[in-house]
Design a protein around this ligand. Structure first.
Ligand code: ADP
Length: 478
């Protein structure tokens, strides 16, 4: 039985179709969990080319139309299919979504200006009339303004908008001329009370100003972003709307990330019987041709290689760290300078480092399962999923105390002997190093290490908990 509130979750990407980061995991897990809680939750994303190639035969076309973007007339297709019990709607336009998910620069701005307008059009073309539109990140930022100024026939008093910030660093900044040209946004909105920030039109800010409520992905991050260091220019609007802002901690899809049934890993294991984690570690060693002993701890990272993820700290002390009895594994891609650095490490320490530059879902599972520690020294971290996935695989996170990392890790306490990971506070390479060394010393204390690992595996990081809070939030908006 489903009833009010019904929800359409709108985002630029979603598992199982397209994933470039944690947002895609969250969108799908939220929709699935809301369904379990009796909420009619559906998802709308662009029809990226990958979807076209993999699901062409399953897609049903609901409507084809054209929309005006300034003087241009653009094709709009709306297609649908059901996956894992969730109805997905796709915005189809080959010109905008036929290649990269994110084209970068103004090409990307244009992709998602189109997406916002296309979503507004599609709302009256689909077989679903949601009470709540749940928008995610800057790619959906123009939807509230458009609905409240240009689509007032569809957007009435019974409809409500929640805007969730997954990462405030990305804002969709552009020259106002582009936005005005494509969406016909009137000049008077280009002012600091509305959509202007730092001399640019800003899609994220538009979302934050025109939405009804705002959430972000962890309670700690919702406090942090009201301060200039974390708010990245949005602290003013967020402080002004602090009573309409809340933080709901993300969870992970515990079916996809389950060492007890994961087919991607060498052998399955659980908190009750962890024997096979050793086999996973052995397999990971073999996969990366590590020459270290099986007893040597493996410290890994599964991440975008960017400044946000703390690679400046890693770069500063990694060679010092490599002198310890450890193996270091990195799976990720991102900024050239960090990719080059990791390749340099791989070449210099072939026997004790493993580096895979690229995006590989199955390998990520094998790294989580085969490692002893996951390093996540983020400069800022709205929520972070990798540390939760690692915990579920009995791999202890070593994190910096920021954003959601604070909300998800109980740092090891040497007096009580309890914890689910390790942490350090200041964004400083040697503080990170001290945390890693503490982790390595605990690793040698087998009974304590086993206890921490078990505590981490037994944590309930499932999305169902988060979905319950979203459901309560939606209800409070009606
Ligand atoms: P982000 O800031 O990138 O969203 P999160 O920790 O919230 O960081 O989520 C990252 C997600 O992407 C996790 O599910 C992680 O396992 C996955 N991931 C990151 N890099 C890779 C990669 N190179 N290959 C496979 N999965 C990856």
């Amino acid at each position: 039985m489903t009833g009010r509130p019904s929800v359409l979750i709108i985002a630029s990407e979603s598992v199982p179709f397209v994933k470039t980061g944690g947002l895609a995991d969250v969108v799908c897990a939220l929709a699935k969990s809301l369904k379990e809680l009796g909420v009619d939750a559906r998802v709308m994303i662009p029809k990226h080319s990958k979807i076209k190639y993999e699901h062409q035969d399953e897609l049903e076309t609901l409507a084809t139309s054209t929309i005006r973007l300034g003087w241009r007339e653009k094709y709009l297709g709306v297609q649908t299919m059901e996956m894992d019990g969730v109805v997905f709607y796709f915005i189809d336009n080959e010109d905008y979504f036929g290649d990269a998910v994110y084209r970068g620069g103004d090409a990307e701005n244009e992709q998602y200006l189109f997406f916002c307008k296309a979503v507004c059009e599609a709302l009256s073309l689909i077989d679903f009339d949601p009470d709540i539109l749940h928008l995610n990140d800057w790619h959906t930022g123009m939807i509230p303004l458009l609905l409240k100024t240009q689509y007032t026939n569809w957007f009435d008093n019974d409809k409500h908008i929640l805007f969730t910030i997954h990462n405030i660093e990305f804002q969709g900044k552009m020259d106002f001329g582009l936005m005005k040209d494509l969406l016909g946004v009137p000049d008077h909105y280009y002012s600091p009370e509305y959509i202007e920030a730092g001399g640019c039109a800003n899609m994220l800010k538009a979302g934050l100003v025109f939405t009804d409520r705002i959430s972000t992905v962890s309670p700690n991050y919702s406090d942090e972003i009201m301060h200039p260091w974390f708010g990245m220019g949005m602290e003013g609007i967020l402080s002004a709307r602090r009573h309409e802002l809340c933080g709901i901690l993300n969870g992970i899809d515990t079916e996809i990330f389950d060492p007890g049934s994961d087919e991607d890993i060498a052998a399955q294991y659980s908190a009750a019987d962890m024997t096979n984690k050793r086999a996973c570690k052995k397999a990971l060693r073999d996969e990366f041709s590590l020459q270290t002993k099986l007893t040597t701890p493996i410290v890994s990272m599964v991440t975008r290689l960017t400044r946000q993820k703390g690679f400046d700290l890693v770069q500063y002390v990694l060679e010092e760290l490599m002198q310890e009895d450890i193996a270091f594994v990195v799976l990720g891609s991102g900024d050239q300078q960090y990719e080059d650095y990791m390749n340099y490490i791989a070449a210099k320490y072939p026997e004790k480092s493993g580096v895979h530059i690229g995006y590989n879902e199955a390998l990520a599972h094998r790294v989580y399962a085969g490692s002893d520690f996951l390093l996540m020294p983020s400069e800022f971290e709205p929520c972070g999923l990798s540390q939760m996935i690692a915990q579920r695989y009995g791999t202890l996170p070593i994190v910096r105390e920021t954003g959601g990392l604070v909300d998800t890790i109980e740092p090891y306490n040497i007096f009580t002997g309890k914890g689910t990971g390790f942490s350090f506070s200041t964004f400083n390479a040697h503080d990170m190093m001290a945390a890693v060394k503490l982790a390595l010393s605990v690793y040698r204390d087998k009974p304590v290490f086993r206890r921490l690992r078990k505590s981490a595996m037994l944590l309930d990081n499932s999305f169902l908990k988060s979905a319950g809070q979203y459901k309560a939030l939606y209800k409070s908006m009606l």
